[in-house]
Design a protein around this ligand. Structure first.
Ligand code: HEM
Ligand code: NAG
Ligand code: NAG
Length: 523
């Protein structure tokens, strides 16, 4: 009898404790965060519990879709179609305000001066990355560089940066040429069989995926192709349907989907581990011999003796290396592929720039093979890339989480733990900093001012992020961009298909919702 009572009591205590914990983290903590931000003068759309502003964000998305489908002209004024809810809230609350993803408070920032003020005193290693996204995207990035923080981030960044050295990048260029050429051969076949319309977005994303997989871990290795397929399947599983990031227990809402992503994640990890072990073994066997082996980042990292099972210090463990391979894949292929895709759209509607670039390619590269050292000479192509990343920033936002209070003014503080969402699309389309022609495609902006394109504020142009955490892959993506664009432009001229619908929208990256069909003509 006594035992039963004790058991009942223990169980009662346990459930009360669990209930308290749930209430505390989903209710008390967010309210505290809300008050703290409100005291410091940050307001925004009123949130509801437990969805925050999520429902409004979903609703605004649907409405904007309908409106856009009726107009077919290509307008570069895309902020209100990419982020309709932010565009709406900006009207009421200005360029800095607070909104809620579920029970997570986010500080929205689209004012470069405010961003400069709060970020100037914070080192790369002192920034956090939002915990909600870390959890949500764990199967994709794990603890890789995009998500790492503090000393861990310093160590990873230090080991990884040299892998992107000009010499290492150069060694990858012929692989990029080969992979792209086989895509273009396929296009030629399609065109010759009477199909001049090619949906280039899908084509380029899969080619860029192949390039980045070869670049990161080498697809020639036995399991590379399988890893590649599973990585793509995982991205689809994670992002295909409605999600409620930040809403408590939402992972149980999308249970099947999460399970699928998790399962794929496990498979991928196992395959990558095997690739790494195989590679280690074959490198140990070929010591002093090889050289051609490490035309990929994994090979460079292994070669540099930066990797070892359990040693501490300036090294990555095999487990960490797996996460970095995935991070390169997800951070690197879609962003670059979409930069190329949006460029093809801009060039299709501005044929004058097609001829300008063709002329430049003829002068710089001639009729011979592309050599990586020539690519710096493609200046105009560089302006086009910068201008396209201004109008269509394929990484449309930058995220941070505050670690330790940040003092804005004498009496305003951004409290520890606040998430920050920096709206790059908005800043790149801000008349106040770019002038009246802000929405026009004008690559020549970057002629005089190659870094900022004449933007009135140095923090107003952020296609690759800012500060110490700026993208490590930007030189790699520039090289890939120039190689792929040069090959396309020398073999084809192209115009927009009447089937194209201009719907720039966000699915992690900024992409044309219904692809990009172009009419291709062999030259
Ligand atoms: C046009 C192509 C690309 C764009 C627009 C882009 C954009 C970005 C942005 C906005 C960030 C966040 C920076 C910040 O938080 O301040 C970032 C970080 C990163 N990117 Fe890229 N990226 C591109 C290509 C690549 C490629 C090709 C790779 C690798 C192969 C790559 C790997 C990474 C990594 C590892 C980080 C995390 C850096 C850190 O936190 O220290 N990216 N990128
Ligand atoms: C537009 O799409 C339709 C249906 O897919 C196709 O039959 C047609 O040929 C396309 N138009 C052009 C100009 O390619
Ligand atoms: C990219 O290349 C430039 C010039 O070669 C160099 O100054 C810069 O540090 C490189 N950036 C990265 C992220 O490797």
């Amino acid at each position: 009898m006594e035992n039963l009572e004790a058991l009942a009591f223990a169980m009662g205590a346990f459930f009360s404790f669990m209930l308290w914990r749930v209430l505390y983290s989903c209710w008390v903590l967010p309210i505290r965060a809300y008050r703290k931000l409100a005291i410091n003068g940050f307001s925004g759309p009123p949130p509801s519990f437990p969805l925050g502003n999520t429902n409004e964000m979903k609703k605004k998305k649907k409405i904007s879709k309908k409106v856009d489908e009726s107009c077919s002209a290509v307008s570069n004024d895309i902020h209100s179609s990419a982020f309709p809810y932010f565009a709406q809230w900006q009207k009421s609350y200005g360029k800095v305000f607070m909104y809620w993803l579920g029970t997570e408070p986010f500080l929205y920032i689209s004012d470069p001066e405010f961003l400069k003020k709060i970020s100037s005193g914070v080192m790369g290693k002192s920034w956090g990355k939002p915990t909600v996204f870390k959890n949500d995207r764990k199967p994709m990035f794990g603890g890789g560089l995009v998500m790492a923080e503090g000393d861990d981030w310093v160590r990873h960044r230090h080991v990884i940066t040299p892998a992107f050295s000009p010499a290492n990048l150069k060694a990858m260029s012929s692989m990029m040429v080969e992979t792209t050429t086989s895509m273009l051969d396929r296009w030629t076949k399609l065109i010759n069989s009477g199909n001049p319309e090619i949906e280039v977005e899908g084509e380029i994303i899969s080619t860029a995926g192949e390039i980045i997989a070869k670049t990161s871990f080498g697809m020639n290795f036995e399991n590379g192709r399988t890893v590649f397929k599973k990585l793509r399947a995982m991205q689809v599983a994670l992002f295909k349907s409605n999600r409620y990031v930040g809403v408590p227990f939402s992972k149980y809402l999308c249970f099947g989907q999460n399970l699928e992503a998790k399962r794929l994640g496990k498979d991928i990890d196992a395959l990558l581990l095997k690739i790494i072990e195989d590679k280690k073994r074959s490198m140990a066997e070929n010591r002093g011999g090889g050289g051609k082996e490490h035309q990929n980042l994994l090979g460079v990292l292994l070669e540099g003796k930066h990797v070892d099972g359990d040693e501490k210090g300036e090294k990555l463990s095999t487990r960490e290396l797996v996460d970095e391979c995935k991070t390169f894949f997800f951070g690197g292929h879609e962003t670059t592929a979409l930069a190329i895709t949006w460029s093809l759209l801009m060039l299709a509607v501005h044929p004058m720039w097609q001829s300008e670039l063709r002329e430049e390619i003829k002068q710089v590269i001639g009729d011979g093979n592309i050599d990586a050292t020539m690519l710096v000479g493609l200046k105009k192509m560089g302006w086009v890339m910068s201008e396209v990343l201004r109008l269509y920033p394929t990484a449309p936002n930058v995220q941070r989480q505050v670690r330790g209070d940040i003092h804005v003014d004498k009496d305003s503080v951004i409290p520890d733990g606040t998430n920050m969402w920096i709206d790059v699309v908005s800043m790149h389309h801000d008349r106040d900093f770019w002038g009246e022609d802000v929405n026009e495609f004008k690559p020549e902006r970057f002629k005089e001012d190659s870094l900022y394109g004449g933007c009135q504020h140095k923090m107003g142009y952020l296609p690759f992020g800012f500060g110490g955490r700026m993208c490590v892959g930007r030189n790699l993506s520039t090289m890939e961009y120039k190689i792929v664009m040069s090959l396309i432009l020398t073999r084809f001229s192209f115009s927009l298909s009447p089937n194209y619908t201009h719907l720039p929208s966000i699915m992690l990256s900024l992409r044309p919702m219904q692809g990009l069909p172009l009419i291709m003509k062999p030259l």
